[in-house]
Design a protein around this ligand. Structure first.
Ligand code: GLU
Length: 575
């Protein structure tokens, strides 16, 4: 155990600088809005209409699983830039009795895919944008199967009831939000790539419809009605599957494209949650193919010997320690994480407290380590090379607590804004396969996250549930924002556990992202004022505008409180 660095604290404490929304509060605040007693439940989502869909289901007596499915479906309609039935997701369920289950609804590569998937005929990786806007990027969508599997296990209301709010939004129309308009504008190469996308969201001059415009999506309403009536098979077989396969194959520049069989064979997979203890709190999340749980847990655990609570959120030393720990965790993530059905991922070794205590010895409070290298966790029999994949932005996280005190933490994604741009009956298909490494080998070694037939691309999504030392459910949290997701989740957890902040304050904290030897601090946030102090410690620091969007629920003062990221249009409501 290391000693707290109170002496250093005085030297580095800076005046409080408030960013637009990312703030560093001095003290835990009084309870805030959105408080919901446990008997009514709570929903936090990135769009108020999706949160309302979940709340309506809770009100009808639905379980948190029912409500989470309704949120996922409603987001398909009102936040098409981020997630939906054309993509996949991860579902984590934390019950009041301490049991945690997860379901992996990650997209799969077509069976015929090979490690050379993203290489051109000359053997060079194609550009990220070229890949995204083609059939190469599209994985078999997993969300509908995930929903069916989750409902089979934990649904209370009839399956069809969960679709009613989303069908109403699609059939009767919904209003384009300012954020959606912004994405239509910025990502128009994807949003308007397909004639259906243009017809839905653009005017005759090719300009995105303004915020406030009411849009109806009858094709999507019909698809949702079919799935509501016939179950997931209405998505994975018949017309829907045939249309997906035909459209994706037509957009794929070689003959190994997705087939109807790939779609028919898709299965959502229940997997063991990855759990570990940080300061006597049990942190549980999504293991491979996600790098979420291992990266979040390693970053936290390596910090256990430092008294972050005493340092506080306004201490550059605290953020330096977080950066150092994150660099180590991301180095391991890059080396070892991939789909464990295909490559050996040493999850137990990566989360072993003794291994992480060893790694923590590389962290010094007074100085930056020159280079953060991957370690050798137990079970690391194959040494993988460092992969190469592109930028990410998109995704939606939501949290539901029901009257039984069961938490669902679900992250749903189509990967980038408007996914691949391909629209099937009113919904966008994902570009999740660009989460694979484009290069199959590095330094003569295979890359763990290389493309293989039927494999799931490595994810950063980190839906998490946390139990307090007395065994009660304490927090459910997750985020969107590609590789920044573990960083956002870590910051919220440290905010809640070490800094005793409220739900809203944990998400208002600024984000520091250190995936390698450069540290990125959230542009316009309080962290910018700490740049000189971080540089003095040896960091290469750059302010960066990052796509940040987290949602959480926290048990505080004897009740659940929900919060949505102040940077987002999200909200937390109780029914
Ligand atoms: N596709 C990304 C992942 O699975 C998430 C993308 C995002 O959050 O923007 O890690």
């Amino acid at each position: 155990m290391r000693t707290p660095f109170r002496h250093a604290l005085a030297a580095f404490t800076l005046p409080l600088v408030l960013g637009a929304c990312a703030t560093v509060p001095a003290e835990p605040a009084a309870p805030v809005a959105h408080a919901a007693p446990i008997d009514t439940g709570l929903v936090s989502a990135a769009d108020p209409r999706a949160a309302a869909a979940g709340a309506a289901i809770l009100k009808q007596g639905g379980s948190s699983t029912d409500a989470a499915i309704a949120v996922m479906l409603a987001l398909t309609v009102v936040e098409p830039q981020s997630s939906g039935i054309g993509g996949g997701g991860f579902y984590v369920r934390g019950a009041a009795d301490g049991s945690v289950e997860t379901i992996d609804g990650r997209e799969t590569a077509p069976r015929a895919a090979t490690p050379e998937w993203f290489l051109d005929p000359a053997g060079k990786p194609v550009s990220f944008n070229q890949a995204v806007l083609s059939g190469l990027s599209v994985g078999v969508p997993g969300n509908v199967q995930l929903a069916q599997e989750a409902h089979r296990q934990h649904g209370k209301l009839p399956w069809a009831a969960l679709f009613a709010p989303a069908i109403a939004l699609a059939r009767d129309g919904f209003v384009i939000s300012p954020r959606m308009h912004e994405y239509l504008d910025q990502a128009r190469d994807r949003a308007a790539a397909d004639a259906q996308g243009r017809a839905l969201f653009f005017n005759e001059q090719g300009e995105p419809l303004p915020a406030g415009t009411r849009v109806k999506n009858p094709a999507l309403a019909t698809v949702l009605e079919r799935i509501a009536g016939d179950g997931a098979k209405a998505f994975y077989s018949g017309d829907n599957a045939q249309t997906i396969a035909t459209r994706v194959a037509a957009a794929t520049p070689h003959t190994r494209a997705m087939t109807g069989q790939d779609i028919a064979r898709y299965r959502a997979v229940p997997r063991a949650a990855v759990c570990g203890t940080y300061r006597a709190y049990r942190i549980c999340g999504m293991g491979p193919p996600s790098s979420g749980a291992t990266t979040v847990f390693a970053t936290l655990k390596q910090l256990e010997g430092f008294d972050l609570g005493a340092l506080g959120p306004r201490s550059p030393i605290a953020w330096h320690l977080i950066a150092e720990s994150m660099r180590l965790a991301y180095a391991d993530r890059e080396r070892y994480l991939g789909d464990s059905d295909f490559v050996s991922v040493p999850v137990a070794g990566l989360t072993d407290p003794a291994y992480l205590a060893d790694r923590a010895r590389l962290i010094a409070p007074t100085k930056t380590m020159a280079q953060a290298l991957p370690g050798t966790p137990a079970g690391a029999v194959v040494a993988y090379g460092k992969g190469a994949s592109g930028a990410e932005s998109g995704t939606s996280h939501f949290v539901v607590i029901d009257r039984d005190g069961t938490a669902i933490s679900y992250t749903s994604t189509i990967e980038g804004s408007f996914g691949s741009g391909i629209v099937i009956d009113g919904y966008y298909l994902n570009n999740e396969l660009t989460d694979f490494s484009f290069t199959p080998q590095a330094d003569g070694r295979p890359v763990a996250n290389r493309v293989e037939g039927g494999k799931r691309p490595r994810s950063s999504m980190a839906p998490t549930v946390i139990y307090s030392p007395d065994g009660r459910l304490f927090m459910a949290v997750g985020a969107a924002g590609g590789a920044t997701i573990p960083a956002q989740v870590v910051r919220a957890i440290i905010g809640a556990i070490d800094w005793k902040l409220t739900a809203e304050q944990t998400l208002a904290l600024p984000v520091l992202f250190a995936p390698g030897d450069t540290v990125f601090v959230e542009q316009g946030s309080a962290l910018e004022a700490m740049i000189p102090a971080l540089r003095d410690l040896g960091h290469t620091v750059t302010p960066r505008n990052m796509p940040l969007k987290a949602n959480t629920a926290l048990f505080e003062n004897g009740k659940w409180t929900g919060a949505a990221d102040p940077r987002s249009e999200g909200t937390a409501i109780d029914p």
